[in-house]
Design a protein around this ligand. Structure first.
Ligand code: HEC
Ligand code: HEC
Length: 329
């Protein structure tokens, strides 16, 4: 009996835990301890620091009035707080600005995934007439005239120096370091039961249970890095540009810091998280004969609020980002 007691107590504790907390579901959302840098884009602190300067430097744009951070604003989860940001020519862009957090593991970039690497992606905003409207040779010429940049490139890229490729590599390396910060949700995942409210805990059950949101928003950064049709509407064919079978499909966005990132969806058409949940309850529309992958979600009003409460726990305690000092001459 002396032996049996602790064993029984242990068994009870296990079954109690199993009933109260879906540990198996939680394991999926544990943050990795390291960032996966690709072999072709190896990390060095010098490259990342230089990439950060470039990211915040409007001298990359033709009018010297627009930096990457003008649209990918750290205060708004690295997005723009408007449906469609305004580019260099004062015209709204075709799509909503996506976040840049947690992209180190992504395998395709843009809402339609048309760029395969962050290096390749960076060329586009610099050169697109609606965005920074510049050219890589112009950028290299302009930066070469600034001694601080010449020095920084010589340190970060001792063999290559300041070239089109090293500009893109520095930007990509910096962007791979952009990780969403530690949030109440992470504390909860680590076992602090009270880190999030009971409404948020119920919301997590809905998210991973009846609503099956994690079929697409899976893993610690809440994306499967794949493309899906959720029937938001509009004329944009999205992934259809590359794969006609996935017309009107878009890349699944990660959901970290999502409360900072309104408005939502590729066209910024949904203003609040409540609107997003309402969209999932409705199931999405068929666009040009292409039905949504979703089926209307049968959940109560309380479960809908719980979902929003859960999504809000993904906001980092300290989303603060410092701006770099830029070389002046
Ligand atoms: C005028 C606003 C604007 C500026 C300036 C801008 N971007 Fe973007 N960025 C966007 C929009 C809008 C998209 C989505 C475009 C699409 O999917 O077709 C985007 C997409 C991206 C993506 C893809 C993200 C993903 O999840 O696939 C990356 C990476 C990115 N931008 C990096 C940069 C970098 C680096 C710079 C500076 C060199 C920059 N952007 C400048 C608006 C901007
Ligand atoms: C079939 C895959 C799939 C399922 C299931 C799914 N999502 Fe999504 N989610 C997406 C895709 C794809 C987008 C982007 C769609 C677009 O922009 O047109 C998206 C966008 C979002 C956004 C906006 C993100 C942003 O950056 O604008 C939120 C929030 C969101 N989903 C939450 C949820 C919730 C909550 C559920 C469960 C009720 C859910 N999703 C279920 C694929 C899915």
């Amino acid at each position: 009996m002396r032996l049996l007691k602790p064993v029984l107590a242990g068994l009870c504790a296990i079954s109690l835990l199993a009933a109260a907390t879906p540990y198996s579901a939680r394991a999926e959302f544990t943050r990795p301890s390291r960032i996966a840098f690709p072999e072709t884009g190896s990390y060095s602190p010098q490259k990342a620091a230089l990439g950060k300067m470039l990211f915040f430097d409007a001298r990359l744009s033709r009018g010297q009035n627009l930096s990457c951070a003008s649209c990918h604003n750290p205060s708004f989860g690295w997005e723009s707080p408007v449906p469609r940001a305004i580019g260099g020519l004062n015209r709204p862009l075709k799509r909503h600005t996506p976040t840049l957090e947690n992209l180190a593991e992504a395998t395709a970039f843009f809402w339609d995934g048309r760029a395969a690497t962050l290096e390749e992606q960076a060329r586009s905003p610099i050169t697109h007439p609606d965005e920074m409207d510049s050219s890589l040779p112009d950028v290299v010429r302009r930066l070469s005239a600034i001694s601080g940049y010449r020095r920084n490139f010589a340190i970060a890229f001792p063999e290559e120096g300041l070239t089109e490729t090293s500009v893109l590599a520095a930007l990509a390396t910096y962007q791979r370091t952009l990780r969403s910060g530690w949030s109440p949700f992470d504390d909860w995942i680590e076992g602090d039961e009270d880190a999030i409210s009971s409404a948020a805990r119920r919301g997590f059950e809905v998210f991973t249970g009846v609503a099956r949101c994690n079929e697409c928003h899976s893993g610690w950064s809440f994306t499967d890095h794949d493309f899906h049709r959720v029937g938001v509407g509009g004329e944009d064919i999205g992934r259809g540009l590359i794969d006609p079978a996935l017309a009107y499909g878009f890349k699944t966005p990660g959901l970290r810091n999502i409360a900072l990132r309104a408005p939502y969806m590729h066209n910024g058409s949904l203003g609040t998280l409540r609107d997003v949940v309402a969209h999932y309850r409705q199931g999405g529309t068929t666009v040009a004969g292409h039905p949504s992958e979703l089926t209307p979600l049968q959940i109560s009003d309380r479960q809908a609020s719980d979902l929003v409460a859960f999504l809000e726990t993904l906001t980092a305690y300290e989303p603060h980002v410092s701006t770099p000092a830029l070389p002046v001459d």
